[in-house]
Design a protein around this ligand. Structure first.
Ligand code: ZN
Length: 194
């Protein structure tokens, strides 16, 4: 019996690049895909117009969206900043809100920013070898805190959890992470509105 590729044999995820040897190419998000996601929209637009590099890549392996299945893959956030705000993913809630996720850091130095609808905020630094547990009900976003290294994490979540990007696209997260005097600091997002 022929199984889907992600069952048929192990998938090699290169821990140095995060890229997988498999049939499904990673999805990518460039500066042009993140309009209004960073505080400094002028800086984002300038980066879009001068190369429009990839900010991050991640895998969607096509695992069935069933409660009994597990979606998994790597997330790869390249180093850089938009203005003084570190490169990050869009971030999302799960459509089935009360479903958790595990991120295991393979390389680089970053942060998982999390917040629930009631406004509780959790943020955890990520170093290679560390697992971060994102509890159910928390929106989550990966942020690359290094100016030189790529942040690579491996994630697993319930197959039918789904992604809800809508509310984040409208309001962002309550907190942003910016560089000040050479190190990261968490600040209120002036554009966030309840
Ligand atoms: Zn998720």
């Amino acid at each position: 019996m022929k199984h889907p590729f992600y069952i048929e044999k192990p998938i090699f995820f290169d821990p140095a690049t995060g890229l997988a040897e498999c049939e499904a190419p990673p999805l990518e998000r460039r500066y042009s895909n993140m309009k209004n996601m960073y505080l400094d929209e002028t800086a984002r637009l300038r980066l879009e117009q001068t190369g429009n590099d990839v900010i991050y890549r991640f895998y969607e392996l096509g695992v069935p969206e069933k409660e009994s299945d597990l979606a998994y893959g790597t997330s790869i956030v390249y180093p850089g900043k938009v203005g003084n705000e570190y490169h990050m993913t869009n971030g999302h809630f799960h459509t089935i809100l009360d479903t958790a996720e595990i991120y295991y850091c393979l390389a680089g130095y970053g942060m998982m920013m999390m917040e629930n609808p009631e406004g509780d905020i959790q943020y955890k630094e990520m170093h290679p070898g560390e697992a971060v547990y994102v509890p159910g009900r928390y929106a989550h976003r990966s942020i690359n805190l290094s100016n030189t290294e790529t942040l690579i994490t491996f994630y697993v979540f319930r197959g039918d959890a789904g992604h809800d990007y809508g509310s984040i696209k409208e309001k962002g997260f309550r907190k942003i992470v910016v560089e000040k005097e050479g190190r990261w600091t968490v600040e209120d997002n002036p554009r966030w509105q309840s």
